[in-house]
Design a protein around this ligand. Structure first.
Ligand SMILES: [Zn+2]
Length: 415
């Protein structure tokens, strides 16, 4: 089972926007891009909105059917581990094995020695085609990498082995993710992580490292763009080398867990994947939920009132809602408008404040991040929220489609 060269992981908290998301992808594909849509949802999201893995499968199948999409599409059990994977086995065909929490766990001295002796041939200067400076590989470096990643890659192998017995080899896509950590993995670490995965027979097809910089939820990248470019380019080249050297699947590509809307790195990724003719998996559009709130606000009347109610409740429960996302948001509470103020807002003012148009005078990234983490509030509103999604489906769907096509796909693929 293979992804297209390009694939987009689209999140959809409430499972109402599958068709709108697919319309955006069809529009890009009609211009010759060829993107596999991947509907992804993490265990945490399922818990907050009280949904089941099968719901994502139903959403994907029904969107594909009603729009007559004939390409390959997938359902991603996003960020699963051995404890959480079971309910996803039957409905998902893409599994993101999250082994970040195993980074730095101890492994046996025997394992370490075995790894080190298998790397002897790389000691000294290692040239990776395309990277100008050779990598300097020392025993200390290898020991350090072993200490960080042997246990994590073993964990990936254990989850993969479980899935292989349940689904059969070749019947699912394997992604390995290490992105939800403090410190980024360097390209040389990436190289040896891939060797470890190959040694353990994990046929990894997409790999999601942690890059430098802040990937806050729903807002643009914050960090050094030149540094990102260097890292991304070296990762692409390291992967190319690793595929040939370690016999990993030829289609192996980077997966960027963007946390949505990292517009300023899109041109960089676009340039590099073109330069080397490589693929990319981009997880984005967790902000589809924000487009729902934008669509409601645009609709005005009772729908605008509902959008304001969501903000008011989010504002009052800020600490609780932000806590699970502390590492991936930066909200300046002083920049959040008061509930009274927002209650006076027009549709236009509300949508302009929330919509991600960097540089727009009304855009407020603090307001946006708070609502981004507040989907639990909407989930608690139950049918009051989901009935509104149905009632205002046309206006919301247009927002969702425009967001993915105009703000994401156009930037990433130069459409
Ligand atoms: Zn992630």
């Amino acid at each position: 089972m293979k992804l297209e060269k390009f694939s987009i992981g689209t999140g959809d908290r409430f499972s109402h926007q599958g068709e709108a998301q697919l319309r955006a992808i069809l529009k890009a594909n009609s211009k010759g891009v060829g993107i596999s849509p991947v509907w992804n949802k993490s265990n945490r999201e399922h818990i907050y909105v009280n949904s089941k893995p099968e719901d994502v499968r139903k959403e994907a199948d029904s969107a594909v059917q009603s729009l007559n999409f004939t390409g390959r599409y997938f359902v991603d059990a996003d960020h699963i581990n051995l404890k959480t994977v079971k309910p996803y086995v039957s409905s998902a065909d893409f599994f993101t094995l999250d082994v970040a929490s195993f980074i730095g766990n101890e492994s046996s001295e025997e394992e370490e020695d075995k790894f080190l002796s298998s790397c002897k041939k790389y000691l000294g200067e290692l040239s990776i085609p395309g990277i100008s400076e050779p990598l300097r590989i020392t025993e200390d470096l290898l020991r350090n990498i072993a200490g960080k990643f042997l246990a994590a890659t073993q964990q990936a192998a254990d989850i993969y082995a479980y899935l292989k017995t349940k689904k059969g080899a070749g019947n699912f896509i394997t992604e390995v993710s290490m992105d939800e950590v403090e410190s980024p993995q360097t390209p040389v670490e990436m190289l040896f992580i891939l060797k470890m995965l190959a040694d353990r027979n994990v046929p990894v097809q997409t790999i999601a490292p942690k890059f430098s910089g802040r990937f806050n939820k729903g807002v643009d990248y914050v960090g050094n763009l030149a540094q990102f470019e260097k890292e991304f380019e070296e990762d692409v080249l390291v992967i190319d080398f690793a595929v040939k050297e370690f016999g990993l699947p030829g289609e192996l590509k980077l997966s960027v867990h963007s946390g949505s809307d990292k517009f300023s790195i899109y041109p960089i990724m676009s340039k590099i994947i073109r330069k080397y003719d490589k693929g990319l998996h981009l997880k984005t559009a967790g902000t589809t939920w924000l487009e729902e709130v934008i669509g409601l606000a645009m609709a005005g009347g009772e729908a605008l009132t509902l959008a304001k109610k969501i903000y008011a409740r989010s504002y009052n429960r800020k600490d609780e809602l932000c806590a699970p996302y502390a590492d991936v948001i930066d909200i300046d509470a002083a920049r959040l408008p008061s509930i009274e103020e927002v209650n006076q807002w027009s549709s236009e003012k509300f949508t302009n404040t929330l919509r991600h148009i960097p540089g727009h005078p009304d855009y407020n990234s603090d307001f946006r991040q708070l609502i981004h983490v507040a989907y639990k509030v909407a989930a608690e509103l139950g049918s009051e929220y989901t009935d509104s999604l149905k009632k205002y489906a046309a206006i919301i769907g247009a927002c969702v489609e425009e967001n993915i096509y105009d703000r994401h796909l156009k930037r990433l693929f130069n459409l």
